[in-house]
Design a protein around this ligand. Structure first.
Ligand SMILES: [Zn+2]
Length: 78
């Protein structure tokens, strides 16, 4: 009985904490531009140069040139 009560308590505490985190994140999204997330999508991952939309490649590797692609690949290797 006591163990079960404790489990419930822990469960609800965890849930509460996750909900608070989620609310805070949502609030950040609503109140302004999310730091990093959206802006980073249009920037070269290596030199930070703004990418033109048609050059943006879906996925992880967003780079402005083959040189940057190579530099990025090297950071993955090490
Ligand atoms: Zn670049």
């Amino acid at each position: 009985m006591q163990v079960r009560w404790l489990q419930d308590k822990v469960q609800s505490k965890l849930h509460d904490r996750m909900q608070k985190k989620w609310v805070a994140r949502t609030r950040a999204w609503v109140s302004g531009a999310p730091q990093g997330d959206v802006g980073a999508a249009d920037r070269c991952m290596v030199c930070g140069k703004q990418l033109r939309r048609h050059r943006t490649v879906a996925g992880e590797g967003r780079v402005c040139s083959p040189e940057c692609a190579l530099a990025w690949a090297e950071t993955l290797e090490s």
